[in-house]
Design a protein around this ligand. Structure first.
Ligand SMILES: O=c1[nH]c(=O)n([C@H]2C[C@H](O)[C@@H](COP(=O)(O)O)O2)cc1CO
Length: 137
């Protein structure tokens, strides 16, 4: 199974360690094509790539993937774009967010939940393992 993981990069890197731990768990179910999203050095590593290269590479990976898993707590324009494209392709999507007083999930994501192909779920990290099992198996 190919998994496309989405997480904020330009939108802010405060959750990077959470992304890395989620990616590690996801790798037990298949290949995560966007492992770089969890890397401490992603901004530095991608700095010499053009926006077009990153966009076209990521859209290609998205099209190749079987499922999309997004950590949506930290608002990110790129993650929103990836989710919109994935939804338009009819992909199976799981969005996870950690409720907090200073973060409001966009209604365009919360309202996309349909209980089948587009799942939006509040979670704590301890629950992630079981959520992945339910979603991916
Ligand atoms: O350097 C990058 N590499 C990359 O793969 N992305 C993709 C993957 C992430 O899921 C998403 C993050 O978007 P943003 O940078 O707007 O937060 O976009 C985004 C950037 C920077 O915009």
């Amino acid at each position: 199974m190919k998994i496309y993981f989405c997480g904020s990069i330009g939108g802010g890197r405060q959750d990077d360690e959470i992304y890395a731990r989620l990616i590690e768990k996801l790798q037990t179910y298949g290949e995560v094509l966007t492992k770089h999203v969890g890397s401490k050095t992603v901004v530095q590593d991608e700095i010499d790539l053009t926006a077009k290269y990153i966009h076209d590479r990521d859209v290609r990976w998205l099209e190749e993937s079987d499922v999309v898993v997004a950590e949506v707590t930290q608002i990110s324009m790129g993650v929103g774009y990836e989710l919109g494209r994935a939804a338009a392709m009819g992909m199976k999507i799981l969005c996870l967010y950690r409720p907090s007083p200073d973060k409001r999930l966009s209604d365009m994501i919360a309202g996309a939940h349909n209980g089948t192909k587009f799942i939006v779920k509040k979670y704590t990290e301890e629950e992630a393992e079981q959520i992945f099992k339910d979603f991916l198996i």
